[in-house]
Design a protein around this ligand. Structure first.
Ligand SMILES: [Zn+2]
Length: 363
């Protein structure tokens, strides 16, 4: 991209600058970035939206006749594991059709450069996204914390077995997903919303897929494998949270806190922004819609605000560290066979949904 357009991103950002004092200048940001030694990045659904990956947070959050949030619970899995598995098999398939975007690659490169050289400091990326796109952009593992784990982790519902970054598709022979239509296993079930939800709640409902046809644990043999994501009502992964706090609480200043494609309204994400601020960080918001920023919105003089597509903005603002990415790595993925992106609908606007906001970055 030429530098001629890079004075600022967006008129709304310019309006907001007048009220918050946050800068929209890329040149100003570059000079701050060059002297920054420790950077925390917090990523949400907006980053995945730039890869054309939808979420189930807006428009009622429905998957066929089922409310997506109702399927993302341990109770749903215990009630009808085949139904929950089909939902996640669909999401795994969609995520594999999507590709990491230039924003993912810029973050990965930034982590690699900053952590590979002690003089240049440290970079830690916390993500609420479960879609595996950071990993497929070769983000260094030690600089990536998956707050809600990943739909590509498989873990046993009974023992401690876990299989990380399993990108096989289908994940199991009985979980084949073809297109966007209902999987054949669902078609025998009720065909309208009310009866489908009622059937789901009915303890006598026939299982969507018989238990013996679902993936089982290779360790204990008896336990069912389940998606490794953090479901509603479950604790966030202890080691991830603990390591994140160790990094944030270290006796060192944090120079920048990038808040990318998320309103950061949900704890612990919201708390990370506050803590980074207390440790001296300037807050840098990158979002499609800067009118609704939640916890990321309390900007002041010294902070930055960039409105627009994070896939376009991140390579530009991180250029002094990552260089000119060009097409570097945009096709290269860590051992994953990429497929054609079929759904390029931008869903960043879904962040505005009031009801679903609580469930930001739904598992
Ligand atoms: Zn097991």
């Amino acid at each position: 991209m030429s530098s001629s357009y890079s004075q600022s991103f967006g008129n709304v950002a310019a309006d907001r600058q007048r009220t918050t004092g946050a800068s929209t200048s890329i040149e100003e940001f570059h000079s701050v970035l060059k002297s920054s030694r420790r950077i925390l990045a917090l990523c949400g659904a907006g980053l995945s939206a730039a890869s054309g990956l939808g979420t189930f947070r807006g428009a009622g959050g429905m998957w066929h006749n089922y409310q997506a949030t109702a399927l993302a619970t341990p109770e749903a899995f215990e009630h009808d594991p085949g139904l929950v598995w089909l939902f996640y098999a669909y999401r795994r398939s969609k995520a594999l059709q999507a590709k990491p975007n230039a924003g993912h690659f810029a973050l990965a490169k930034c982590a690699e450069v900053m952590n590979g050289n002690a003089d240049k400091g440290e970079f830690l990326c916390l993500t609420q996204n479960v879609d595996g796109l950071h990993q497929r952009a070769n983000h260094p593992d030690s600089q990536l914390k998956l707050l809600h784990s990943s739909i590509f982790d498989l873990k046993c519902h009974s023992c401690d077995y876990i299989d990380k970054n399993n990108f096989s598709d289908p994940v199991h022979p009985s979980l084949v997903i073809e297109g966007d239509g209902p999987p054949p296993q669902l078609s025998k079930k009720a065909s309208n919303t009310v009866s489908a939800q009622a059937a789901y709640l009915d303890p006598n409902t026939e299982l969507t897929i018989p238990l013996d046809q679902l993936p089982h644990c290779p360790n204990c043999k008896d336990g069912l494998l389940r998606p490794g994501v953090v479901w509603f009502g479950e604790a966030l992964p202890y080691n991830t949270i603990s390591e994140t706090y160790d990094w944030i609480d270290a006796e060192k200043k944090i120079d920048l806190c990038l808040v990318i494609g998320t309103t950061a309204t949900v704890y612990p994400a919201a708390g990370y922004v506050d803590t980074a601020r207390e440790k001296g960080a300037r807050i840098v918001v990158i979002n499609m819609d800067v009118n609704e920023l939640g916890a990321a919105g309390s900007l002041r003089k010294g902070d930055f605000l960039f409105e627009g597509d994070s896939a376009r903005i991140l390579p530009e603002i991180l250029r002094p560290v990552v260089g000119d990415l060009g097409s570097l790595g945009l096709e290269a993925e860590a051992g994953v066979k990429s497929k054609k992106v079929e759904d390029t609908k931008n869903v960043a606007g879904e962040e505005e949904d009031e009801v679903i906001k609580y469930f930001e970055a739904s598992p």
